[in-house]
Design a protein around this ligand. Sequence first.
Ligand SMILES: [Zn+2]
Length: 238
Amino acid sequence: MRIFAIRRRLMLAVMFSVAVVVLNLLTIRYLAAEDWENVNLWALAGHKIAVDPGHGGVDNGASGNGVVEKEVTLAIALKLADILRRYGAEVVLTRDSDTDYYTRGKGGKRNDLLTRVEMINSSGAEVFISIHVNSIRGSAAWSGAQVFYSPNLVANKPLAELVQRALKSFPPGNKHQAKQDKDILILNRTNIPGVLVETGFLSNPGEAARLVDAAYQQKLAEHIAKALAHHFSQNVGR
Ligand SMILES: [Zn+2]
């Protein structure tokens, strides 16, 4: 009897392990099967989205290899807004030119961000995307788009992971994971789901060159739009 009991336990353990492996394979297949080329962008129709091009005006943002962040964020955000509108979405941009909301004196930068937060919160949008570009002074090694989210709303994490998956080929082999960050004001103070996309690193010469390339910007914008379309098609009726 003891031998049978051990065998049964062993069998159960083996069956459990097999089930775990199969489930993992199915998950991997599901993730691999997310076909970003064929996402139906018409799922965007009728939805309202806020797009925030980071920095602007007096605030260049990060810089590297002769490129300033505020120009890249605006270029990508305008391309994203174009795509979203083309597929029937309503778009609210926090800025559509080289401008800022800084106030004079101390707290100027904070007031710029709080103005953007207020614009997003009062926009009636369902989600927002804040576009940024990273740079690490003195390091050319880092590259790749990364998505940040606040834990404030439960919808933020799945949205961030979705956008991150949509950006897995920026650049190809991009291994970054969506990351929680409690200290980003635009993510903390907004009251609708949203994420901040660091589209790449200006400190990396190759990536800086790609980020100013209109075709690369367009592809990036397309993939963010596809993630949003995917988000809305998953959340039908909510
Ligand atoms: Zn930035």
